[in-house]
Write a protein that binds this ligand. Structure first.
Ligand SMILES: [Zn+2]
Ligand SMILES: [Zn+2]
Length: 316
């Protein structure tokens, strides 16, 4: 698997890429914090800039997936040590209501401001074709849905792969990595089975029991198999990803799950973006409450030519 890191990795990628590949970035649809901007906007921007310097024209298809099938909130019933034994607290992003009340779902609420953050790419690299795709829009894609089915059915095997690839303990018998969303109450708290091409779902929240073909339900899915499922569905050749995905070997798990689903599909090349460090020296994140709203140009400037794995940006 090809993985290159930080600024030197970006230079290598600018060398091996032709400029017309399908590239990818994914987002949990809570909105774009400064760390997301670094990985999904600033690093691609600098890559395109570098390629132009080399006389290459960036004409990538750049998919940004809004991962509305990820659980909006994760429960760790076995404790944080079993970080891969996780379940949705309530439901997927797709059915999480907009707390502000101005849109139907949280995903609808963040999509507009998220798109705004990519305007600088549209303006300076008009040859790049940006496409925002929700997981729920891939429901029509047979490869994507096939892999959702495998993820429901073979949860124990997926758990073993995640355990072996990441080196982390996983309770394989209890693992569940995808499930239906209740057609009635929209909860993901239920039991989903997929056997002989039929999905059956029993809702623990409202008691509804239903069954049907794979395409007759919406789903939640854990992010590692969900990433693997997008690779052949979108024909991804290159991905820019956050450092945490590399350090926790989630990228390796994604590769090994893809290989289990589709042994003939190649795994994309990965460029790992550096980490944005807040004034308190910690990783910036929404959960830590230190994710300052920084402007994209300051982040681009702080990253340009910076070989460090930690990027500090003066707040604006
Ligand atoms: Zn809203
Ligand atoms: Zn229900």
């Amino acid at each position: 698997m090809s993985i290159t890191l930080f600024w030197d990795g970006l230079l290598e990628a600018s060398d091996y890429l032709k400029g017309d590949e399908v590239m990818f970035g994914g987002l949990r649809p809570w909105g774009m914090h400064a760390g997301n901007i670094l990985t999904l906007v600033a690093y691609p921007y600098l890559l395109f800039e570098q390629m132009e310097k080399m006389g290459k024209k960036p004409r990538f298809k750049y998919y940004i997936t809004l991962n509305d099938w990820e659980p909006a909130r994760l429960a760790f019933p076995k404790g944080k040590e079993f970080e891969h034994n996780v379940y949705p607290v309530d439901t997927s992003f797709e059915y999480t209501l907009d707390v502000e009340g101005c849109h139907k779902s949280i995903v609808d609420h963040v999509e507009g401001p998220t798109r705004e953050k990519f305007k600088i790419i549209r303006k300076d690299f008009p040859g790049v074709d940006l496409a925002f795709v929700r997981n729920s829009e891939l429901k029509e894609n047979p490869l994507f849905m096939k892999m959702i089915g495998i993820t429901i059915k073979d949860s124990k095997r997926i758990a073993e792969i995640i355990r072996d690839s990441t080196g982390r303990p996983v309770l394989t018998d209890e693992a569940q990595y995808a499930g239906a969303v209740c057609p009635s109450c929209k909860s993901s708290q239920g039991k989903t089975l997929f056997e002989n091409g039929v999905v059956s779902y029993e809702c623990s929240a409202c008691g509804n029991a239903s069954s049907g073909k794979l395409g007759s339900f919406d789903y939640w899915c854990y992010h590692i198999p969900l990433f693997a499922a997008r690779v052949p569905s979108l024909k991804i050749a290159f991905a820019i990803r956050g450092l945490d995905h590399y350090e926790t070997k989630r990228i390796h798990a994604g590769r090994d799950i893809l290989n289990y689903y589709f042994p003939d599909t190649g795994f994309p090349r990965n460029l790992i973006a550096p980490m944005l460090i807040a004034g308190d020296g910690q990783k910036m994140s929404k959960t830590r409450g230190n994710a300052l709203d920084m402007d994209t140009i300051s982040i681009i400037k702080a990253c340009r030519g910076n070989k460090s794995e930690n990027i500090k940006v003066e707040s604006v």
